[in-house]
Ligand binder design. Structure first.
Ligand code: SAH
Length: 355
């Protein structure tokens, strides 16, 4: 398996069980060794080959020569005093830094992970994209965020949302491999129904994902109801029209039977009027979807402001009157560098100041 590489070696944690079996067969090792190792990596969540005590020392040495074993270095944890939400900052093997979030809900614990280091999508209100894309995350590096948080909290993770830094459908192959390992019964075995992938709307890859027939939820970051308005917030709108997006959403539902989520960040005076709500109803009504309204989280680099509470409530009421499924996202961890990419950014700015 040559596609997953770290420091010129195969990244063992990015391999599916069948692939690991093939690898070991080529090394002349017994197939059950692959099962044992997979369990250490993806269920027992150990951080190195040395902790795999039922594998011989010789075999562990052989693996160390042949493979790279990724694990994250925990740099910082911030815990919200309001709701217990925790933001984690991790260092990757090459010094890059990613952030992830842990949220406790009544229905279980949720982890929000990053899919890339930085992002090249350029959404105007988002902190993650301000410095562009550094690189894609490997499947192992997406898994590691969940594993490290699971070990740190000592609690089971039941939901995973790919809504942190990065555009997951801009890192398609690694994302797919990550989902396969995450939902595999020989690993953490998180139900696909409890996995959400959020995209700014890369239409061809939304369709590709539909054809995988996974039971994951696809969330589309819509944020505007006309192409003209969407272009002002999201450069991707120059590439794909809202009509194409709606067709891709319909196709996703047809292929998977999974209801689409629309994310709609309410920005004061930009996309929160009665007219916007009416247009959103027109778009949403023909589809089997759910709308998640997110009061925009202001970032200091831009002057976008949150809609007033009254405006948010009347926007929501308008949708409800028209029988659209809608919720307003509860803001978690407002007191700890809230918005996407802000923690990583404040950390990086501080480290450049320190130099
Ligand atoms: N690139 C993917 C996933 C990462 S962003 C996507 O675009 O969906 C996750 C969600 O947070 C998206 O809906 C994004 O538009 C939203 N978001 C980013 N910055 C935000 C901010 N400052 N306030 C509110 N929502 C924001």
């Amino acid at each position: 398996m040559d596609i997953y590489k770290v420091k010129d070696k195969t990244d063992i944690k990015s391999l599916r069980l069948e692939e690991l079996k093939e690898e070991f067969a080529q090394m002349g090792e017994k197939a059950f060794r692959a099962g044992q190792m997979y369990q250490w990596m993806h269920q027992k969540l150990v951080r190195s080959f040395d902790e795999m005590t039922n594998l011989s020392k010789d075999f562990r040495e052989k693996c160390k020569q042949a493979y790279e074993y990724t694990s994250l270095e925990l740099l910082q944890v911030q815990e919200s005093k309001l709701d217990g939400t925790r933001k984690y900052l991790f260092r990757l093997h090459d010094g890059n830094v990613v952030e992830s979030v842990w949220m406790k809900y009544k229905h279980g614990n949720s982890v929000c992970i990053s899919s890339q280091v930085g992002c090249r999508m350029g959404c105007r209100f988002c902190a993650s994209t301000l410095d562009g894309l550094e690189r894609n995350l490997l499947p192992s590096e997406m898994l590691d965020q969940i594993y490290a948080i699971s070990v740190h909290t000592g609690e089971r993770v039941s939901n995973v949302v790919v809504m942190g830094t990065g555009e997951p459908l801009d890192n398609y192959d690694n994302l797919l491999q990550f989902i396969k390992i995450l939902t595999d019964e020989s690993g953490l075995h998180i139900s696909a129904r409890n996995v959400t992938v959020s995209t700014c709307g890369i239409v061809p890859n939304m369709k590709r994902l539909a054809k995988e027939h996974l039971q994951i939820t696809l969330a589309l970051s819509l944020h505007a109801t006309t192409d003209e308005k969407r272009k002002k917030l999201m450069p991707i709108a120059y590439k794909y029209s809202i009509q194409e997006l709606m067709e891709a959403c319909k196709y996703y539902f047809e292929q998977t039977g999974r209801r689409i989520t629309f994310e709609y960040s309410l920005v004061g005076g930009v996309n929160d009027t009665k007219e916007d709500a009416d247009e959103l109803i027109q778009l949403a009504a023909p589809l089997n979807c759910h709308i998640n309204l997110i009061p925009v989280n202001p970032i200091k680099e831009r002057d976008y402001v949150q809609s007033e509470e009254r405006q948010i409530q009347s926007f929501k009421a308008n949708l409800e009157k028209n029988r659209i499924n809608v919720t307003v996202r509860r803001e978690m961890g407002r007191d700890i560098d809230g918005a996407c990419g802000q923690l990583r950014r404040s950390f990086m700015n501080k480290s450049t100041e320190d130099q």
